[in-house]
Design a protein. Structure first.
Length: 250
């Protein structure tokens, strides 16, 4: 079974590519897909690009053309939960598109993608991680201690937490305290990003497992004094370690 790994961070993609055995590459839609063996598993690696359309397009190619039966997305996100800090990792047990719905009286009413209450109504809202998949991930990650993120990269001097929670997706970069609070309070979101729930929508339609792992680069809405390049280098190593640990569980 082929496991696809979509990366949002070029540095992380480079780390995983360097460890890929028997690599063969193919170009589709100007993107490079690397097929090979990683820690004993048959995988395809690809850099996704930014936004929901890119995530959905890449996922469709991975499933239809390259035979992926599980897709793992690893990248960065803005933190919504004030209990979390830079470098902490959120594994999505629920993915929601916060920018899908209908506007009425200057207010967006969120709804499940592909449906509206007056057209194909549904009780469903968001995409949830299968309980058996979550149990395997929890077991695989048990006891894993990540290296603390350096102060210049925004770290607090403690090992990063790995938590499960809701991740919200929209085609906007969030740097607004009011929006951070709204997304946290409305959805219970622990992190916000621009790809995960679109990937989940494609995977759901194809009956393919989807796992989204996000390292927090900032608390969305607050400025940070971190060196982003230092952060990316540090978190890429941590993210690669998490991917290596969960691969046997997928």
């Amino acid at each position: 079974m082929t496991i696809a790994i979509q990366c949002a961070i070029p540095q992380e993609l480079a780390v995983l590519r360097a460890e890929l055995d028997h690599r063969e590459s193919v170009e589709i839609a100007h993107l490079r897909f690397d097929h090979g063996r990683l820690h004993g598993r048959d995988v395809v690696l690809v850099g996704t690009g930014i936004g929901k359309v890119n995530a959905a397009m890449v996922a469709t190619h991975l499933i239809d053309r390259l035979g992926a039966r599980t897709i793992l997305f690893s990248g960065v996100a803005g933190g919504l939960d004030p209990a979390l800090a830079i470098g902490d990792v959120v594994i999505a047990d629920r993915l929601v598109q916060h920018d899908f719905g209908w506007f009425e009286e200057e207010r967006l009413n969120p709804y499940h993608p592909g449906h509206l209450p007056f057209f194909l109504p549904t009780e469903r809202f968001g995409y949830t991680l299968r309980p058996d998949t979550r149990a395997r991930l929890e077991e695989a990650l048990s006891g894993l201690a990540l290296e603390p993120v350096a102060a210049e990269a925004g770290g607090e001097g403690r090992p990063p937490k790995i938590v499960f929670g809701t991740v919200v997706t929209g085609d906007q970069y969030v740097n607004c305290e009011a929006t951070r609070q709204r997304l946290f309070e409305t959805y219970g979101g622990r992190a916000t990003e621009m790809e995960g729930a679109a990937l989940a929508q494609v995977c759901d339609l194809h009956g393919v497992d989807c796992v989204v792992i996000r390292a927090l680069s900032d608390l969305a809405g607050h400025s940070s004094k971190m060196d982003f390049n230092a952060f990316v280098d540090a978190v890429s190593q941590s993210s690669a370690r998490i991917v290596e640990r969960v691969l046997p569980a997928l």
